[in-house]
Design a protein around this ligand. Structure first.
Ligand code: NDP
Length: 327
């Protein structure tokens, strides 16, 4: 039976275009579990895969959507049976493999995680890859010990930043959110931020390798010059979880904060996370992310909204989390 999917095509001149089309089940890639997708979402990488590709998409036509939640419809793997609720993030789904911007997806059982108790499929996608990664970042900071004092979240009004802010505040940390959108201050405060740091205060390149010791930890979605500045402002022995590159991939920093202040720079990857750690992160999300705060981040969307939303997220113009109802 035909179903709807957002298909990205590439013309002979190399230009991509995305539109909702009806396709047949036999066009889905070979894999062991077929999922009736209920919700997907919009992450920064999705913006690239809906639009210019960013070197992530290998073949066209392509169905983007790096994450989804839904119900198993058919399974050749013992771990899953029809009716099971599942969530998928990472494994290059939506990039190298067709993803969640469709009413059906076919994926490897190894890539799925059972929907955690306490979350429904819509909430799981309100969290999505961005929120899952925010949780991984918080867990990494905890594993290295969060100092006393404010924890900084950069790119705070974005997806990773919003979820990190809400989780950290709920865990009892004082949260300072860096944003380039002053109009999001009330939103960030509603998520639990107690301090708003204007982006311009932190996006100038490092002039002094060490500044005053200010931050007890940091979840950084921005990278670039901002991450370099933040390293020099960390308290002695504190850690920065490096999640994203919304502000650039370069790191124009010095090693001085590592050598003189024992600062830790922790790399966070959500794509290849081992299964056990995925389960741990989803369980922590169900426990430590207040659902009313999550709901406050949500902006609903449908498949046909995706071309615009993909462009918006690349411009840093999406606030919080978009939940795409694919049906
Ligand atoms: P969003 O676009 O939702 O959030 C990014 C935020 O960064 C923006 O909302 C904006 O926040 C800020 N920002 C944007 N451009 C700039 C800039 N030029 N300088 C400074 N700040 C800027 O994206 P996501 O939250 O989904 O993802 C954030 C980053 O994390 C991306 O780079 C993404 O690729 C990465 N990521 C990495 C993962 C991993 O596995 N490591 C997984 C998921 C995401 P504000 O308006 O508040 O300033």
């Amino acid at each position: 039976m035909a179903f709807n999917a957002l298909i990205v095509e590439k013309d002979d001149a190399g230009k991509t275009s995305a539109a909702v089309q009806q396709i047949e089940l036999d066009r889905l890639p070979e894999a062991d579990v077929t999922v009736a997708v209920e919700y997907s979402t919009v992450n920064y990488k999705d913006g690239l895969c809906i639009g210019p590709g960013g070197g992530l998409v290998r073949n066209y036509p392509h169905v983007p959507g790096i994450d989804f939640a839904g119900t198993v419809e058919a399974s050749d793997d013992d771990r899953y049976k029809p009716g099971d609720k599942v969530v998928l993030t990472g494994w290059r789904v939506g990039e190298a493999h067709w993803g969640g911007y469709a009413q059906k997806a076919r994926v490897k059982a190894d890539w799925l995680v059972p929907l955690p108790d306490g979350l429904d499929t819509r909430q799981a996608m309100a969290v999505g890859t961005a929120g899952f990664t925010a949780m991984l970042a918080v867990m990494a900071l905890e594993d290295h010990g969060i100092k006393d004092g404010p924890v900084l979240v950069t790119g705070a009004a974005g997806g990773v930043g919003s979820v990190a802010t809400a989780i950290l505040a709920n865990l009892g940390h004082e949260v300072a959110g860096v944003t380039g959108r002053p109009e999001t201050a009330d939103y960030l405060k509603s998520l639990g931020a107690t301090q708003i740091v204007p982006r311009e205060e932190l996006n100038e390149t490092v002039k002094r390798p060490l500044e005053s010791e200010t931050w007890a930890g940091c979840v950084d979605a921005v990278g670039g010059a901002m991450l370099a500045r933040v390293l020099g402002q960390m308290k002695y022995g504190a850690s920065v979880a490096a999640v994203g590159l919304a502000g650039g991939a370069a790191l124009p920093a010095t090693v001085v904060p590592f050598l003189l202040r024992g600062v830790n720079l922790l790399g966070i990857d959500s794509v290849m996370q081992p299964y056990e750690n995925r389960l741990r992160a989803w369980e922590r999300i169900a426990k430590d992310l207040p659902m009313d705060k999550l709901e406050a981040m949500v902006q609903p969307a449908t498949l046909s909204d995706l071309p615009k939303l993909g462009a918006d997220i690349l411009q840093g113009q999406v606030k919080g989390r978009v939940v795409v109802d694919v049906n």
